[in-house]
Design a protein around this ligand. Structure first.
Ligand code: HEC
Ligand code: HEC
Ligand code: HEC
Length: 123
């Protein structure tokens, strides 16, 4: 009986500790501080956190191979575009995309060709 209670207490401690919370919500991907805009992403945040590369790949294939220009999700209808759409909302690449990628040592080779918008001075 005591063992069960001890086990349960441990479980609850893990569940409510930041680490447990991070594991459960997928926030282990999300260590750096990120600048996020208001509103919704093209898919849920949790999905995007883990799967944005797949979304981008699908976008590219749809656009380049099939000439599809729009993406419809539960959150709305979006024009397919890396610079034009993703970076329209996430306008500060350095403080968003790069923060995570630098942390993970990931260097997507998209920016040789795709334009990085200038960051407007902040008020
Ligand atoms: C060698 C150059 C090159 C590289 C590298 C490259 N792309 Fe592209 N990409 C293009 C070109 C060219 C198009 C077609 C643009 C058009 O027709 O307007 C395109 C189109 C796209 C589109 C759809 C249209 C748009 O405006 O965004 C997406 C999404 C995209 N690429 C994602 C990516 C991602 C993600 C990466 C990195 C993993 C990447 N691309 C790397 C050249 C490149
Ligand atoms: C209409 C504006 C908008 C567009 C377009 C958009 N995003 Fe987002 N994105 C957001 C918002 C707002 C959040 C944060 C939502 C929140 O805090 O729950 C977010 C969250 C994210 C996250 C997760 C960040 C985290 O907290 O872990 C990633 C990754 C991401 N977006 C990548 C992308 C990529 C890649 C694209 C293009 C395919 C894109 N976004 C297009 C608004 C947008
Ligand atoms: C929450 C952290 C986070 C944010 C924010 C984020 N990324 Fe990523 N991204 C990652 C991780 C982690 C990977 C590697 C995932 C893997 O390989 O499983 C990755 C991989 C990628 C890849 C595939 C790279 C490759 O070489 O295969 C692309 C493309 C990409 N991200 C684009 C973006 C863009 C564009 C943004 C900003 C709009 C962005 N990411 C924001 C964490 C993030």
């Amino acid at each position: 009986m005591l063992k069960i209670i001890a086990g349960l207490v441990c479980f609850l401690i893990i569940l409510f500790s930041p680490v447990g919370y991070n594991i459960i919500t997928g926030r282990t991907y999300y260590v750096p501080m990120l600048k996020v805009p208001q509103g919704d992403c093209v898919e849920s945040t949790v999905y995007m956190r883990k799967r944005h590369m797949e979304v981008l790949e699908r976008w590219r294939n749809a656009y380049v191979r099939d000439g599809i220009k729009r993406y419809i999700s539960i959150n709305g209808i979006y024009r397919i575009g890396l610079t034009g759409t993703c970076l329209k909302c996430h306008s500060n690449k350095a403080e968003f995309c790069d923060r995570c990628h630098d942390y993970g040592g990931i260097k997507p080779k998209c920016w040789d060709c795709h334009h990085i918008p200038e960051v407007k001075a902040e008020k």
